[in-house]
Design a protein around this ligand. Structure first.
Ligand SMILES: [Zn+2]
Ligand SMILES: [Zn+2]
Length: 346
């Protein structure tokens, strides 16, 4: 049985520590992946700290995985040893519900099997990307095109697809006014992808600190949400607003920025319930929506799109010994724009 080096959280309050975990020998339809890079997503921290509900420990997080196929099961057809591959937020689903059949496995009616903090088909807890190896069903593995380096590709598996999916669903493109709210790990990928899709892109961020970065990544306009004139000046402007923030928002203020038939999409997950006045929607036939990562087919489409347009994440590669420090910096929004663990240091 392959043994992997890993970093695990022993409890909700203790720092992560080095450990080893067992991975499965690949079954007939599985591949064993040597993980090269793993992105650090804020979800890892929320989950490990029990902020999204009680979990069992120890937990190995990480769902932005990029690596190379090391071994394949006897009936694997899609991948061969040496292929560059990725794994995102889930590693399996029921495959037979209406949503799975539609290629929207992230909305599986039986619940998709998370890359971590879930029970796999083998009855054992799943463990994520802060490790040197992972065994995954080939149908839930993505191909990373040659044009993308593995380190900048890793964050695409969560941050990239989480923004690509709503931008495609609500048709960001030429002639469309798109706003990305929040300029962090998710938001910076939203700017790059929306720009590459041909939309006119605005960033709405707390302060003007990241303005230069936003313009460099493809934004056409930049506004500070702390400036009250922003919400006056932009009234009725946007066809699509994708919010990536997990802090509480004045929803009425943001809905007021939508044009006729405009859509506000929540991609971030604020902790508290949000409320809004129905008039904010009724006036201009506006819509309020939500989105969660993406299906396997669309995730592959996103990777191919990003390779074609030269879009990787903006990253800071760190060794394993810096993971705890990196988590603190993510919580403090002190990263431009994604930490990526070099798993050779685990
Ligand atoms: Zn994530
Ligand atoms: Zn399903």
């Amino acid at each position: 049985m392959p043994t992997a080096r890993a970093y695990a959280a022993p409890s909700a309050t203790e720092p992560l520590v080095p450990t080893t975990i067992e991975r499965r020998e690949p079954g007939p339809h599985e591949v064993l992946i040597a993980i090269k890079f793993a992105g650090i997503c804020h979800s890892d921290i929320h989950t490990a700290r029990g902020e999204w509900g009680a979990i069992s420990y120890p937990i190995v997080t990480g769902h932005e995985i990029a690596g190379v196929v090391e071994a394949v099961g006897s009936e694997v057809t899609k991948y061969a040893v040496g292929d560059r591959v990725g794994v995102g937020c889930y590693v399996d689903s029921c495959r037979k519900c209406v949503n799975c059949l539609a290629g929207e496995e992230q909305y599986c009616l039986e619940g998709e099997i998370g890359t971590y903090n879930a029970i796999g088909r083998d009855g054992k807890p799943t463990a994520g990307g802060y490790s040197t190896h992972i065994t995954v069903e080939e149908d839930y593995v993505l191909r990373i095109p040659d044009g993308l380096d593995l380190d900048v590709a890793a964050p695409l598996l969560c941050a990239g697809i989480t923004l690509y999916s709503p931008l495609k669903t609500w048709e960001a493109g030429p002639g469309k006014q798109v706003a990305i709210v929040g300029m962090g790990g998710l938001g910076h990928m939203g700017v790059k992808i929306a720009h590459a899709l041909g939309a006119e892109v605005s960033v709405i961020s707390q302060s003007l600190k990241k303005q230069d970065d936003a313009f460099r990544l493809g934004a056409d306009h930049y506004y500070a949400s702390s400036d009250e004139s922003t919400f006056e000046d932009l009234k009725g402007r946007f066809d699509l607003i994708v919010s990536t923030v997990s802090s509480d928002l004045d929803l009425d203020a943001y809905l007021g920025l939508l044009a006729l038939d405009g859509t506000f999409v929540a991609a971030g997950l604020p902790e508290n319930p949000m409320s809004f006045g129905p008039g904010s929607l009724v006036g201009f036939r506006r819509r309020l929506a939500g989105t969660k990562n993406g299906g396997i087919r669309q995730t592959q489409e996103m990777l191919d799109f990003c390779a074609e347009h030269g879009l990787g994440a903006e990253i800071e590669v760190i060794p394993a010994e810096k993971i705890n420090e990196a988590w603190e910096r993510v919580v403090a929004s002190d990263v431009r724009y994604r930490f990526v663990i070099d798993t050779s240091t685990l």
